[in-house]
Design a protein around this ligand. Structure first.
Ligand SMILES: [Zn+2]
Length: 138
């Protein structure tokens, strides 16, 4: 799914835009690895959520990230929650990118993470998963 995102680099290739710089930081070329999670904003969001979930991974490569993260997590619901959090993070970063380009606003990484955490708490309560229930097999 993420390979379908029309980054500025992809838009430039099909002749839709000429500016390939990242919509959020403006420093790198807007390609998927840059957006997820090579630049400061997305890297910080990812690390904050990893810390919140109690995961100990510094793996910042998007391809296959779900499988690598959940491989060592016990419980179907915990794996489902982590998958949901990662999907929400990708969505929020893309939303932040669009907001930066179209509205000139970039949210703070802490706020993005708080929004994801609030939504996740609803999921946690619905499925009665305690946060300490997310444990790594390591
Ligand atoms: Zn950037």
């Amino acid at each position: 799914m993420h390979k379908r995102l029309l980054t500025r680099e992809r838009l430039e290739k099909i002749g839709v835009c000429t500016n390939t710089s990242c919509g959020i930081c403006g420093e790198g070329t807007e390609i998927l690895p840059h957006l997820f999670f090579e630049f400061h904003f997305s890297e910080e969001c990812y690390k904050l959520l990893n810390e919140w979930l109690g995961l100990r991974t510094n793996d910042l490569i998007l391809d296959g990230i779900w499988q690598r993260i959940i491989r060592n997590v016990r419980g179907k619901l915990c794996r489902k929650l982590i998958t949901t959090v990662v999907a929400a993070l990708v969505y929020k970063i893309w939303q932040a990118r669009n907001d930066a380009i179209w509205n000139g606003k970039v949210p703070r990484s802490v706020m993005v993470c708080k929004q994801i955490q609030q939504k996740s708490r609803v999921i946690l309560s619905v499925h009665n998963i305690r946060k300490e229930g997310i444990r790594s097999r390591e």
